[in-house]
Design a protein around this ligand. Structure first.
Ligand code: ADP
Length: 400
């Protein structure tokens, strides 16, 4: 089955055409700065990518450009839209409505729309893309794959906040989590690599990119995750602060005369690695700074590792143990020094990193980096959310 996977961001649109029979990506690309004069599309496959400047006023135009690139460009992989069997959309917020992926119907669309207040930057462009696809390819089945659905299994003791119950109910305040498709993908791959059923394993999955989250997956069921009501919670990230004492917010608002929007901007865009180091949100730059002895870069680097260790410890206790710790995304996959710091001295807990395997170059491959004698396995698995979305779409559409 040829499945087009669409991931609409607030000003971007990522896509992949996947052949699920061959388990292969046929083409992929990215429309950037949608809505601005310098928008462009990057289209291709593997290392053969081309960038075209192309004005795209909105997501509707971006999608038309995507279909055009797939069908008519030098690097076209299909000759007509009819060759696509189904479309899978990444939807950031499924609220409490969706505990799994869903075939898109009018009712599903209404529910996604009602959640726009919880994901104002992401659900509206995704909705737009679904509608445009309905217009461009009427009758083509479309599937919604939600970032939040994987965490609908969390028990209330993990997803509720200790605020007045009525307020939480009124405003749908609870932990929803994020990056669910990535955590689900790497947990499944972990079980496959360990050659054991997912249902037999206790896994901690770490998605460490610009955004960072860690999840506890107990016998195949997500029981906790570090992101909360919004993706601001949890770990220290590139520009996001993660969990802080909530009293700091009203304190700063008053002390600095800040509006809620300004403090939100500070916590989302000016904190994390960037805020502490004063250098960059990019781990590579911070690491360089730390190696050069810059005090704040060293601090940022050590705080980041401390933040990871806190969640590892918490989730080991929550699951009463762990069989495997999986790392993915830019930092998780590539930063051997951060991994060394995060796992330092954990031998008494059965977590033993193999220094040689950890520092070996890998070229984006799945690999064990724990010592052969380590009771807890440590595994690096490049995430592939698009493949997970394509697989869910296949599962749903093939049953129609
Ligand atoms: P996003 O959440 O935007 O998808 P990525 O998964 O691409 O983010 O991760 C981006 C982060 O990964 C950046 O902080 C970047 O510095 C870091 N990163 C990428 N490659 C390396 C590397 N070789 N060493 C250290 N950090 C890296």
């Amino acid at each position: 089955m040829k499945i087009l996977v669409i991931n609409a961001g607030s000003s971007s649109l990522k896509y992949q055409l996947v052949d699920t029979d061959l388990d292969k990506m046929l083409a992929k690309g990215l429309c950037e700065r949608v809505g601005s004069k310098d928008s462009y599309i990057k289209h291709g496959a593997d290392k053969d990518e081309r960038i075209f400047a192309q004005y795209m006023a909105d997501h509707e135009e971006a999608l038309k450009v995507v279909f055009d690139a797939l069908i008519h460009s030098e690097r076209s992989t299909i000759t007509s839209i009819d060759e696509i069997d189904a479309i899978g959309h990444r939807i950031v917020h499924g609220g409490n409505y969706f505990d799994s992926s869903a075939l898109i119907t009018d009712e599903v669309l209404q529910k996604i729309e009602s959640l726009c207040t919880l994901a104002p930057l992401h659900n509206p462009p995704a909705l737009k893309c679904i509608q445009v696809c309905q217009d461009l390819a009427p009758g083509l089945p479309q599937v919604a794959v939600f970032d939040t659905s994987f965490f609908q299994t969390l028990p209330p003791s993990a997803y509720m906040y200790p605020l007045p119950y009525e307020l939480c109910e009124k405003h749908q305040i609870r932990k929803y989590g994020a990056h669910g498709t990535s955590h689900r993908y790497i947990a499944n791959r972990c079980a496959a690599l360990m050659d054991q059923p997912l249902e037999d394993l206790k896994i901690i999955t770490c998605h460490l990119g610009n955004g960072c989250s860690i999840s506890a997956i107990d016998h195949g069921i997500a029981v906790d995750t570090s992101m909360g009501f919004t993706p601001l919670d949890g770990l220290m990230m590139g520009t996001r602060c993660g969990a802080i004492d909530p009293a700091i917010i009203p304190f700063l608002e008053e002390a600095e005369g800040l509006t809620p929007a300004q403090i939100n901007e500070i916590m989302n865009k000016k904190s994390g690695l960037l805020g502490v180091s004063g250098i960059s949100n990019d781990m590579r730059d911070v690491r360089k700074g730390a190696e050069a002895g810059e005090e704040r870069a060293v601090l940022a680097y050590e705080m980041y590792a401390h933040s990871i260790r806190k969640y590892l410890g918490q989730y080991m206790i929550e699951m009463a143990g762990v069989d495997a710790i999986v790392l993915t995304a830019g930092v998780g996959e590539n930063c051997d020094r951060m991994r060394r710091l995060a796992f330092a001295g954990l031998q008494p807990l059965g977590i033993i990193l193999d220094q040689e395997k950890n520092s070996r170059s890998h070229h984006g491959k799945e690999r064990f980096i724990s010592h052969d004698d380590s009771p807890v396995k440590i595994i690096v698995i490049p995430t592939n959310e698009e493949m997970m979305i394509a697989q869910d779409t296949y599962e749903i559409v093939s049953k129609l």
